[in-house]
Design a protein around this ligand. Structure first.
Ligand code: IMP
Length: 498
């Protein structure tokens, strides 16, 4: 187990993903929750999240619960989170089944409430094909849209039946107009999906049955009321006195404000959004550790991905493929002839299938320009490299050092981009990213298995060289390494820079 002595003078620590999510943040958050924190909080996202924590033979995927729940310490779902109460209750029951407890769970009274209309609209929009984002179908976009439209409901509304009914009816009146834009049969089919109570909320003329929603949601409120409280006030009080672990969700490149918009989620999953989503200010964070999956990366859903292994072929394949269909691809291996097949093999070796949706994650080489943008400009230089063991035994590993812009002339503020221009710090605008061709440096691969390494010096020289190269070309400071899924498979490298 790592010694957390390097955090001795830290009181508020934030863990954030610098990529498109799915970087084993769950394991790292669970580790610090167990070994270091007094209190754990998340402030963004919702049921779209999938954070896996594993200890010995117990594995648990946290969707709405904070990833520190296995520690038995206070865990906060902050005000910036979108909560779907039925799934949250299921998750609490799942946690109890493995011997965990929700006794010290605290839920922000002003967290955004996900209602059936949000899930229905998310799924209907995605079913249209055009403008598809590839969402997780958990109602995330519509619930945050309601929040900024000043039409949203909160967890506290569940505790006040009259207020809940009044706000719900006002919200539904607007949603009915939107739902009428879709083909009736499609709407009916979506409303029959299990996540929408298998038709329990469907009304033949009004589409959404207000009475059915009121009855079920107030019952959820009664079950959750013991947890609902002013968590912003609790954290402001704890700030500067207790060790607070803030756990990010998704990743900087999926942030509504700093990601590859519009191919993003709908909360600001950067450090700014995380602090705000728990009622703190960014300056309260003493140290931010950015997670970088290495030496490959992944993205789920639509949107530009310059270093994708197999390019468009991979993107198309991932829209249809499943874990089972890929298991039959006997030619896929880490040293396969084609980049596409290497990409499939990395997905299999890294178990890169969505923790929430089961979708295959697109795989690509590690992208230096994106690290320079995301760690360099958003989270800061200190990083944790994760999943390093996945590429064990690969003969060569490519690393993208820069992009060559190949699109038409494009005005980006005062900067005019022309074909042939070099880009060394990524610009998260899809109009630019989709025309970027990566320039690669080929690094020597390393022999495995590395998961038994206990210290940095135990790692193969080729891997240590690759890490040094990454630091030199992107300016990051590697603090920790994760070489396997268990908490113990974590190696301290050096102190964070301040
Ligand atoms: P939404 O958050 O469900 O609206 O989905 C918007 C985009 O964010 C889609 O491309 C999703 O695949 C992606 N996304 C949302 N949550 C996660 C996550 O936890 N990991 C990776 N991608 C995510």
């Amino acid at each position: 187990m790592i010694d957390t002595g390097f955090l001795n003078d830290i009181l508020t620590l934030a863990i954030l993903c610098t990529q498109w999510g799915d970087t084993a943040k769950g394991k790292i958050a669970d580790l610090f929750a167990m070994e270091w924190a007094d209190i754990i909080a998340r402030g963004t996202g919702g049921a779209n999240t999938g954070n896996t924590a594993r200890y010995r033979d117990i594995e648990f995927v946290f969707h709405q619960l904070p990833p520190g729940m296995l520690s038995g310490k206070p865990n906060i779902i902050g005000s910036g989170v979108a909560i779907e109460p039925c799934q949250l209750l299921d998750e609490i029951r799942e946690l109890e089944k493995i011997g965990g407890s929700a006794d010290r769970l605290l839920i922000a009274l002003n967290a955004r409430l996900v209602l059936p209309q949000h899930i229905a609209l998310d799924r209907l929009r995605e079913s249209q094909g055009q403008g598809k984002i590839g969402t997780t179908g958990r109602g995330i976009g519509p619930v945050y849209a309601d929040h900024v439209s000043r039409l949203g409901l909160t967890m506290n509304d569940l505790l006040n039946p009259d207020v809940f009914a009044r706000k719900l009816k006002r919200n539904l009146a607007e949603k009915l107009q939107l739902l009428m834009l879709y083909d009736e049969a499609t709407v009916r089919a979506v409303m029959q999906q299990p996540i929408l109570g298998a038709g329990a909320y469907y009304h033949p003329t009004r589409i959404l049955d207000a009475d059915a929603i009121i009855e079920r949601y107030l019952a959820y409120g009664r079950e959750l009321r013991q947890f609902i409280t002013d968590t912003d006030a609790i954290l402001r009080e704890a700030q500067g006195k207790q060790r607070i672990l803030l756990s990010g969700t998704q990743g900087n490149l999926l942030s509504i404000d700093y990601g590859t918009y519009p191919y993003v989620t709908s909360s600001d999953c950067s450090i700014m959004g995380l602090a705000k989503g728990v009622g703190l200010r960014e300056r309260h964070v003493d140290l931010a550790l950015g997670i970088v999956k290495a030496f490959y990366m992944t993205r789920v859903g639509e949107g530009p991905f310059p270093t994708e292994l197999g390019g468009e072929l991979s993107a198309d394949h991932c829209r249809e493929a499943t874990r089972d269909s890929e298991a039959r691809m006997s030619t896929a291996n880490l040293n396969a002839e084609t980049e596409f097949l290497k990409g499939v093999a990395i997905r299999q070796a890294g178990n890169e299938y969505g923790a929430t949706t089961g979708r295959p994650r697109r795989t690509g080489w590690l992208d230096g320009p994106l690290i320079r943008y995301s760690a360099g400009q958003l989270t800061g230089p200190n990083v944790i490299l994760t999943k390093l063991d996945v590429l064990d035994g690969m003969r060569e590993v490519k690393f993208c050092t820069a992009y060559e812009y190949l699109g038409p002339p494009y005005q980006y503020g005062t900067r005019t981009l022309k074909p042939g221009d070099e880009i060394t710090v990524a610009i998260p605008d899809p109009e630019i990213m989709r025309h970027c061709r990566p320039r690669y440096e080929v690094l020597e691969g390393w022999p495995g298995p590395i998961r038994y390494a206990e210290a940095y010096d135990d790692l193969p020289a080729q891997l240590r060289q690759a890490i040094t190269y990454l630091e030199q070309t992107t300016g990051v400071n590697v603090t920790l390494l994760s070489v396997g899924p268990d908490r113990e498979e974590t190696i301290f490298v050096k102190d964070p820079v301040r």
